[in-house]
Design a protein around this ligand. Structure first.
Ligand code: ATR
Length: 276
């Protein structure tokens, strides 16, 4: 019997960690699967996805720049995907239709609470960015019990739109980027901008963080380096990148597709390497 087929779609995608993560999970259960990468530009995404699933594939992960397109092309959408307006998981249903889901927010919160052992309840949270990545985690931060969620974005309209969509003015509101220096200190600072991925950095005042603060970058590797360096300069108590979140989001997709919950710690440790 041919192994079940999966892939991650992105552009670029060559260095994606999704194939080794899913193969490592599969080995935990003796499952044989094929997990490839599909490098496709925006204009070819729709056709590439349809071709992939028409060929019998079971599921796909979706990363930059296709998460909004994945959400748009799906026939069914989970609540998490609908809130975010983006999808990182596509699954073929029994009747051939495609279901979209977003595991980013759940993955972030599991990494924060279970791996880094930090309790978000009652904390003040600052969300930097208001694009797809920010929308993917904003509701989960509120569901996890943060006391307040302040959304700050370079273009204020998107921050206002996200705060309006959340519609919980007592807890979640937008502020302007120029006001960052006047906002005081936050317990949890989540960098959901794509500045690092694009090769740049954010200009952030050190007054935002202190010894009680957790600074978390949703990206990992070189893309997170600038924000993590700022967090150390600002004397933040904790600073971490999104590698753990990546492994957790992959575990949710794996469970959706295979009905089994993989152990994430060994896979995370292997990816993090001996210097962790
Ligand atoms: P993603 O899916 O990664 O969230 P996106 O939807 O394009 O990608 O959103 C990118 C986010 O990063 C936006 O909030 C963007 O701010 P703007 O809405 O003002 O464009 C933010 N961003 C990107 N580069 C940035 C930079 N150099 N400084 C501050 N914010 C930046």
């Amino acid at each position: 019997m041919q192994a079940a087929q999966f892939a991650v779609f992105g552009h670029p995608i060559k260095h994606s960690l999704s194939p080794p993560i899913h193969q490592a999970f599969a080995r935990q259960f003796g499952i044989a699967l094929e997990y490839g990468t599909v490098d496709v530009a925006a204009e070819g995404f729709h056709d590439a996805v349809r071709r992939f699933f028409a060929g019998g594939a079971v599921g796909a992960n979706v990363t930059l720049p296709h998460k909004a397109a994945a959400f748009a092309l799906a026939d069914e959408r989970s609540l998490a995907a609908t809130r975010a307006g983006t999808a990182n998981v596509l699954t073929r249903l029994g009747d051939g239709r495609l279901a979209a889901h977003n595991t980013d927010g759940a993955g972030l919160l599991r990494d924060i609470t279970e791996r880094h052992r930090l309790d978000p309840r009652g904390r003040s949270a600052l969300l930097l960015g208001a694009g797809g990545a920010a929308r993917g985690v904003a509701w989960n931060l509120l569901d996890a019990g943060v006391a307040t969620l302040t959304i700050v974005n370079r273009s204020p309209e998107s921050a206002d739109a996200l705060a309006a969509a959340i519609a919980e003015p007592a807890r979640a509101g937008a502020r302007h980027w120029e006001d960052l220096a006047a906002l005081g200190r936050y317990d949890l600072i989540v960098n959901a901008t794509s500045a690092g991925v694009l090769g740049g950095g954010l200009q952030l005042p050190c007054s935002l963080a202190g010894p009680r603060s957790l600074c978390y970058d949703l990206s990992y590797g070189a893309a997170a380096a600038h924000f993590l360096a700022w967090a150390r300069t600002a004397d933040a108590g904790y600073a971490c990148d999104g590698l753990g979140m990546l492994v957790e989001t992959a575990a949710d997709a794996f469970e959706l597709w295979h009905g089994k919950r993989p152990a994430t710690d060994p896979v995370y440790a292997q990816l993090r390497g001996p210097d962790a």
